[in-house]
Unconditional design. Sequence first.
Length: 293
Amino acid sequence: MKLFLFSLLIVLTASTTQAQIELFKDSKTGKFGFTDENGDWVIQPQFEEGEDFFDYNFTFVKKGGKWGLINRKGETVLPFEYGKPGYPQYDDNLIPVVKNKKHGLVNKNTGTESIACVYNQKLVFQENFYWTDTMLLLAIKENKAGLIDVSGKVIINFLYDTFEREPFTAIETVLKSGVILTTQNKKSGIIDNQGNVLVPFQYDQVRVREYPDTLLFDIASKKKFGIYSALDKKELAPTVYDEKIYFEDNGYAVVSRKKKYGVIDRTGKEVVPCTRTMATALEEMDKLPSNNN
């Protein structure tokens, strides 16, 4: 019997701790307030618009032409200085807001402005950064792109161009963490997930090479191709070749300059100068000792 009464007490307590109140429009004043299950006013009608609390302790209401956040007692938690709140993207608790033409996020679960309204554009959740469990958001500040987490902590500083629809492209590699392709002053480069530069921003195009060239990147300038080594922090092969460079299993690659062909090794050295035909360059490459270190 005691167990039954204890269980009943828990149920009754749970049902009363979050009393259901609903947004309701007063027919006399045309204002919105909140009523309980009996239709009695819990929060007097005084708002121009509003949203229901649902399971939250806070909700948005409009007063004086601006939106703010109130609690279930009708007390103002966040002042009436926001535009109409947006729809959540990734987390239902995090609501996009605009204040003084700046964008941020309000956490309806805690009733706080979890990300301050200091950004030029709406924050966009990024779903392609597979190497972290932390959800990252694309943010634009002073017309430069960066990455922040849901607490507002800056992960990647605001240094990068915003003219692309997606300024950051996360690329999977065999490294424990991927790399990020982005641009700076209209030049392409590569950074790691801490913002460290792997390939400097001085090329028209940068691409990740396939395994096993994990720390080598294809680079291009003025339609000429080369290879950059992030490990050595220098160009392995300068951007002077006519086509993208592919190494064979023996550790060499046939390259061309001004329609003349030669061979480079994995250090970028031209072991056969670019003075041959393609057929001759291939024949001379086959005679070279294996160099696949």
